[in-house]
Design a protein around this ligand. Sequence first.
Ligand code: C5P
Length: 206
Amino acid sequence: MIIAVDGPAASGKGTIAKALANHYGLPHMDTGMLYRSVALALWRFGGNAGNEFEALRAVEGIEQIDPGDEELRSETIGKLASKVSAYPSVREALLERQHGFARQEGGAVLDGRDIGTVICPDASAKLFVTATPEIRAQRRHKELTGRGVDAHYDDILIDIRARDERDAGRDAAPLVQAKDADLLDTSDLTIERAVQRAIALVEARL
Ligand code: C5P
C-alpha cells in the first residue's frame, strides 16, 4: 500500500502524511527534506543555486547533513530547495532513493510535490492537500514565532506565493494535482478534522 500526499508549502501535508503513516503502521518519507538537504549542502559549500552543475554536485553532500539540523527547516533553505528542485538532473539524482523507499514490503507514505504524478503514479491512494496562501502563511508564522524565530506574516506570505509560483510553474515535475488524487482543502479544518478526512478519503480508495 503506497499513499501519496502532495501539496504546497504549509498546507498541512506533512502532518497528514505522518498521521496516515501512524494510522496504517507504515514508514513515512518527507521528500521535501531531500531537496532541503541538497539546498543546505549547496549553501555550506558556498555553491550557486543558479548553476545546475553545482546544485547537482550538492546531491553528493546530502549524506553529511544531519536530519535533525534546525537549519533544514528555515525559510532560507526552503526557498533555496525550491530553486535546486527545479533542475531535472537534481530530481533524477534523488529518484532512486524515493522509489526504493516506496517499494518497501508493506508499503509506505510519501509526501512532497510530485509523489502522485511522477514518483508513485500507481499509488493506492493519492491526496492533494491544500489551503489558501493566507492560511498557510498564518500557520507558518505561528510555527516560526512559536520556535522563537523573529518572523513577519507579510514576508512569509510573499515567500509562500513565490514558492507556489516556482513549484507550480517549473517544467520538471511541477506541483499539480494528479488526475486521480483526492483534493483535501484544510483551510477551515482543525488538524484533527483534516486527519479524519484524510483517513476517510484513503479508506474509500482501498
Ligand atoms: O515540502 P517542503 O517545503 O519541505 O519542500 C521544499 C521544496 O522542495 C519545495 O518548495 C519544492 O520546491 C521542493 N520539493 C519538490 N518535490 C518534492 C518535495 C519538495 O520539488 N517531492
